[in-house]
Ligand binder design. Structure first.
Ligand SMILES: Nc1ncnc2c1ncn2[C@@H]1O[C@H](COP(=O)(O)OP(=O)(O)OP(=O)(O)O)[C@@H](O)[C@H]1O
Ligand SMILES: [Mg+2]
Length: 360
């Protein structure tokens, strides 16, 4: 009966990728976090891949990143993005007022929090729940289901952020968010190529090289590879191709890697001795796109001293877990008070709390 109000919607506003999950349909959107904005009118024209194509063809269009470090940069951009996602994927789109759950960095600031809240309600959410990314990812990978260990450690290594959380007995015990991830690696590659070869690369070219030949040192049994990317010669201003090998990428990404390791250490230090004892047996589960960098799990094992494994669904885990939060919250009786609900920040796994009653 309430379907016209919109089906439960889970959104992961990533700095690199926005993902959305709609009840019954599954993950309906995985788009690059890019908006096309008209220079002349200031209007936002498109989202994701179409936005990128539009910017390549039309000089009036600039690309903007609406999400940085997991938080909206401009409220109007975030609002446009959310409204577009909600309307596009609901049949009665103009009146869709779904329950929305969004993943947020565990160290989100109150300013970002309010920007996201404002954007979600403007976009039509009738109820908003915010879930820290490590909890969402743990739920999404089934690490919190019955019969699993009571302690779970998740390091979500995305594009802008590394977000580490320790979940014990259904609640987030400690967490740490650091502004380092895949895009810091891309920037480091750009700097190295400029310094050593005198060629300015775009961040996209650097990312492509990282995806093709990137790996964490030492190589072990993997063979070194090389790739060719095109940039702009700094002195002549003309296009030039450069060859990048695995060793080049490894040299470039050393510093960001060290900061990722540091972030994981910092995320583990806050828990009490009861939980600390369990960390050794459960280890760290890695999610986020950057977790797929070959050898990263080994480096974490060596430098942090905990078993590390790459989770399943590294990319979708957080949005799947966010969707699961709404499923377990059950259906609600809409009431008049819903017009100005306060968002709920969920730092516990719903299944662990049978007495848990969301206040509507
Ligand atoms: N196979 C891979 N190897 C190495 N890095 C990868 C791989 N696949 C994706 N990445 C990197 O992962 C990052 C994107 O990850 P993800 O989609 O989790 O980010 P996000 O959720 O949008 O960002 P954030 O959570 O930081 O806001 C990019 O920097 C991308 O280059
Ligand atoms: Mg993410």
């Amino acid at each position: 009966m309430w379907d016209f109000a919109g089906r439960d919607t889970a959104i992961d506003l990533g700095s690199a990728t926005v993902r959305m999950h709609v009840e019954k349909d599954g993950v309906v959107c995985r788009e690059p976090s890019l908006l096309a904005r008209s220079r002349q009118t200031g209007r936002i024209l498109a989202l994701g891949t179409p936005a990128r194509e539009m910017a390549g063809r039309n000089p009036d269009v600039t690309l903007v990143r609406p999400i940085r470090e997991g938080a909206p940069t401009e409220t109007d951009e975030a609002e446009w993005l959310m409204r577009r996602l909600v309307r596009h994927h609901h049949r009665k789109h103009y009146m869709a007022r779904p329950r929305v759950v969004a993943t947020v960095p565990s160290g989100m600031t109150p300013v970002h929090y309010r920007a996201l809240q404002f954007a979600a309600y403007q976009a039509g959410a009738r109820r908003l729940t915010l879930v820290p990314a490590p909890i969402a990812a743990a739920i999404g990978m089934g690490m919190t289901s019955a019969g699993r260990p009571e302690v779970a450690v998740v390091a979500n290594i995305g594009a802008d952020l590394t977000d580490v959380g320790v979940i014990a007995f259904g609640g987030l015990v400690t967490s740490h968010t650091a502004a380092v991830g895949g895009s810091a690696m891309d920037r480091a590659i750009v700097q190295l190529v400029r310094r050593e070869q005198g060629v300015a690369l775009s961040a996209a070219a650097a990312e492509q090289a990282k995806l093709e030949v990137g790996a964490v040192p030492p190589l072990g049994r993997r063979t070194a590879a090389q790739t060719v990317v095109t940039g702009r010669d700094v002195s002549s201003g003309l296009p030039r191709q450069v060859v990048l090998t695995t060793a080049d990428v490894q040299r470039a990404i050393e510093a960001p890697l060290a900061r990722i390791i540091e972030a994981i250490r910092a995320g583990l230090t806050g828990c009490g001795p009861e939980v600390s004892g369990d960390l050794l047996s459960v280890g760290v589960t890695l999610t986020g796109g950057c977790a797929r960098l070959p050898g990263l799990d080994r480096l974490i094992r060596e430098r942090v001293g905990l078993a590390a494994r790459v989770g399943d669904e590294t990319g979708d885990a957080a949005v799947l877990g966010a969707a699961e939060v709404l499923r377990s919250a059950g259906s609600e009786e809409p009431s008049a008070r819903d017009s100005s609900p306060r968002p709920q920040v969920l730092t516990t796994v719903p299944d662990y709390m049978p007495e848990y009653q969301p206040e509507y």
